[in-house]
Design a protein. Structure first.
Length: 351
């Protein structure tokens, strides 16, 4: 019996046991990964079958079957169609490629591109389902998480959008962009809560504004709609007045507290140009000074119109936006003033 224990204490015996344990662990891990890969492939194949394959581009499908080189060409063609705004053609090509692709990694990349195209085309629920499927098979995919966040945001599902951003933060995405989006979505969630009292909304929004000043249009827009007196208090003496001139320009004369804004040069300049304040003081901004002088000395009447330029991609839009429709950058709109001939809209005929 003692000899058996002596053998067990032999270093060679211990090495053999260690090698056997490593081999067993390796085999278990290999077969576990193999099983997981097969399940992932079956899941992706089953998910791909949910799409309407009657809309698949048959020519693209036939071309893809000829070889991988043609697949790369089709991918480039689909991307080109997507950039040109021809989303229907891009979707058909992606569906054809998805139907023919067998490798799970390539399927995930195609699904990611397909989800992005569906999102840009306005099919938000479909895009959301695709990004969830991508994340089901590749949970540590920051690009899919960011697209999922945007899809949920556009659907008004701000809690789910914040969950996607929280996942990004857990993955180590500590970028300023992620933090900014988190603050913005927190503000949108507060605004969308129908059960939150007005006072609580105000307090939470002002706290968010204090921590993230770039949210000023989101927060001030709420104050302008529901607490106009507080809106004026926040505007007076701040750097926001020229940034929200498009709002201030169209506020009726009787709603403007001139006794409060009289010490604010920027605000007074806006209403000098509007013709509400008539004095000899010049406006600092060129467009406002032109309008002020015309109101005082010309029979011709002019007005201001506004456009919005994204400072990230330089795209120009005629209406206000919070997330750039072109590049997706958040609160990136810069106000562009344009002088136009004033029209007497009360005398326009609709016949």
């Amino acid at each position: 019996m003692g000899e058996l224990f002596i053998e067990h204490r032999d270093p060679l015996f211990g090495i053999i046991i260690l090698i056997l344990l490593i081999a067993v662990i390796f085999l278990v891990t290999y077969f576990w990964n193999l099983r997981a890969q097969r399940r992932r492939e079956q899941s992706l194949k089953k998910f791909s079958q949910l799409f309407d394959h009657s809309s698949v581009d048959k020519d693209a499908k036939a071309l893809f079957e000829r070889g991988a080189d043609f697949g790369a060409t089709l991918g480039f063609l689909a991307e080109t169609y997507g950039k040109a705004g021809e989303y229907d053609k891009a979707i058909k090509i992606y569906l054809a490629m998805l139907e023919q692709t067998q490798e799970s990694g390539e399927k995930l990349l195609l699904l990611e591109s397909l989800g992005e195209t569906y999102f840009k085309a306005g099919f938000l629920e479909r895009a959301k389902k695709i990004f969830l499927e991508v994340l089901k098979n590749a949970p540590r995919n920051p690009k899919a998480l960011f697209w999922l966040m945007q899809a949920c945001e556009n659907l008004g599902q701000f809690d789910e959008a914040l969950e996607a951003l929280d996942c990004l933060l857990e993955l180590g995405e500590k970028s300023e962009r992620v933090k900014f989006n988190h603050a913005y979505l927190s503000a949108k969630r507060v605004l969308a809560d129908p059960f939150l009292p007005l006072e609580s909304k105000r307090e939470e929004l002002l706290e968010l504004l204090q921590n993230e000043p770039r949210l000023f249009r989101v927060v001030l827009g709420h104050l302008k709609s529901f607490e106009l007196s507080l809106f004026w208090k926040k505007i007076v003496g701040s750097d926001y007045s020229l940034e929200v001139m498009d709002w201030l320009w169209n506020i009726p004369w009787e709603s403007i507290p001139f006794d409060i804004i009289s010490k604010d040069k920027n605000l007074m300049d806006i209403y000098r140009a509007k013709g509400y304040v008539k004095d000899a003081e010049a406006c600092e901004k060129f467009e406002l000074e032109v309008l002020r002088v015309m109101n005082l000395h010309s029979s011709k009447k002019a007005d201001l119109s506004f456009e919005y330029r994204c400072h990230a991609c330089k795209s120009l839009f005629p209406v206000e936006f919070e997330r750039c429709p072109s590049c997706g950058e958040l609160l990136s709109g810069s106000l562009i003033l344009k002088i136009r001939k004033s029209r007497n809209e009360t005398n326009l005929s609709f016949l």
